[in-house]
Design a protein around this ligand. Sequence first.
Ligand SMILES: [Zn+2]
Length: 402
Amino acid sequence: MSAPLHKARPAGQGRALPDTQQGMRRRNLSRVLHTVRDDGPLSRAAVASRIGLTRAAVSTLVDELIRTGLLEELGPERPGRVGRPGSALAVSGRGPAGIGAEVGVDHLAVCAVDLRGEVRARAVRHVPNRDRSAEPVLGELTELIHRVTAEAEGEGLWPAGLAVAVPGLVARDARTVVRAPNLGWLDTDLGALLPEKLPLTVANEANFGALAELWLGEDTPRDFLHVSAEIGIGAAVVVDGRVLHGNRGFAGELGHVPVWPDGPSCACGGRGCLEQYAGEEAVLRAAGLEPGEDRVGLLAGRAEQGDAAVRRALHDAGTALGIALTGAVNLLDPENVVLGGALSGLSPWLLPSLRSELARRTAGPSCPVSVSALGPQGPLLGAAHSVVRAVLDDPAAVAERG
Ligand SMILES: [Zn+2]
């Protein structure tokens, strides 16, 4: 029995398999599965020519993937082709599923994604979680997880793992929330409070949002900064297709980069942090509005109607984002910056000042800024897909567990 798939492994960090015969077999199983998923339906011969292995070797690997329910045969290919007809292979729509969950400041969400990348079940509950202790919040989340899992199981899927996106700092054990200021949680072990027997990965929502962008976005580069916001502002640094976690796992706290060193004090103990200018509540305050439930909807609606105070507040938030991002861009030289989460819904009013500030201040040529098409769905999808990716990267581990 191998170690559970995800435990103690930060999301998106594929484990290097040992360079032994066994390691080689596992790598080849993954190559076959990835190839069929990316280019399928494919015959065994087509898989063999794509990955440069013999047909016999591929057949053995394919048989194992069919036996463990990861691949399925669609029946004989159309007649009339040259050579012996082969059966077309596809990734199974009835195999393992990734369960993704999200704890937001005012919502909970869970979804199940199959190996093909399709969302097969989803549940969302709008509930104010701010300053609620972790036990009742995770109790409600567990209910949603059970509901989504049951729905997925009804379609012949089985949960391969659970990944939870949280708006806070997560320890390197990938299960302890060290600090989630907007929830009021400190040193909370989510593994102890989620009564699931599933392999668990907990990560910051910005990291899962960035992974979703990497895996599902159109033409996403392998080096980029992903910036997202809810109440707080988070960022993820993606280097060569991997999220940079930092020494303690806390990398990406763009929200607490000082924009104006003598600015308003912040919950982190600093002053003039980006969050004090570009977080949702800060923008509402600057626009003279009360923070309600649908903060982004309120701001976007008012901005669309031409509300001068809201537009000014968003312009200033864009400037603050540009200043904070200048530091990150100068330091890291990413290929681009992606605005995700709630920021994507406000981008028409944030982008002009953000871009001009960034262009004015960066040392090299200006770094392009784009807007995520996934929007607020990014973290939840990234969480579910991280489980799916782990199965695709090491399908043998699933067989050993099953
Ligand atoms: Zn701060």
